[in-house]
Design a protein around this ligand. Structure first.
Ligand code: ATP
Ligand code: MG
Length: 204
């Protein structure tokens, strides 16, 4: 019998497209913090990214579903793609807090996203709604990552968790560029996502 509150990881992203770096990070955090599940939340209109050629949110959502199918602990939430307004994480967290009343929420973010957190909307409010987990990411210096964590902890008087993720130097930007020039994207993304990209001729 399970006792205590559910522990839910929240993994937000544009997922344009979702790749193995995202999946490895979610799995590392799930294991490190004994999470019951990880909710992937593809963004609707991301405030950070106003790139006009961003793939349709339905495609990004579908690819996220395909990529997470084989992991029983992974789920995908349509909460942001269904919203018409810009998606601010703090608003999403409030909705999830209502939905998962007795759960403890762990907001997972890669080192680059964490180093950017102060530019997010209503950070102090956000930090009261969840525990933040920073994950290592290739390209972000580990010392810079640690300094940033300490800075946020001091500034907002919170404890930031962190986890080491096996280094996968993969980004959606690189996948899109490869797809555009016709280079291989095999083994960087799940096979189902690769097939989906070719089927719908994305990122050409
Ligand atoms: P883009 O190149 O379009 O910015 P991305 O690969 O950075 O795409 P996002 O959707 O922007 O992917 O990232 C969602 C979350 O996943 C962020 O918190 C980001 O830091 C994290 N993340 C992405 N790729 C990795 C990776 N290879 N290792 C660890 N964390 C990652
Ligand atoms: Mg990014």
């Amino acid at each position: 019998m399970k006792t205590g509150a559910d522990r839910i990881g929240i993994m937000g992203g544009t997922f344009d497209p979702i790749h193995n770096g995202h999946l490895a990070m979610a799995e590392a955090v799930r294991e490190a913090f004994s999470l019951d599940r990880v909710l992937f939340i593809p963004s609707g209109k991301p405030p950070h990214k106003r790139r006009s050629e961003i793939a349709d949110k339905q495609h990004r959502y579908n690819m996220t579903v395909l990529a997470t199918n084989s992991n029983n602990a992974f789920e995908v939430s349509p909460v942001e793609v269904e919203r018409e307004q810009l998606s601010y994480t703090v608003d999403t967290l409030k909705i999830l807090k209502e939905e998962y009343k007795d759960s403890e929420i762990f907001l997972v973010m890669g080192a680059d996203a964490l180093c950017d957190i102060e530019s997010w909307s209503r950070v102090d409010e956000l930090l009261k709604l969840c525990r933040v987990v920073g994950a290592t990411r290739p390209g972000i210096d580990i010392d810079e990552f640690k300094r940033e964590i300490e800075k946020i902890q001091r500034q907002f008087n919170v404890q930031i968790l962190h986890v080491h993720v096996p280094s996968l130097d993969i980004s959606s930007t690189d996948i899109r560029e490869r797809a555009k020039r016709g280079s291989s994207i095999k083994y960087l993304i799940p096979e189902e996502v690769e097939k989906y990209i070719y089927k719908y001729k994305l990122y050409r």
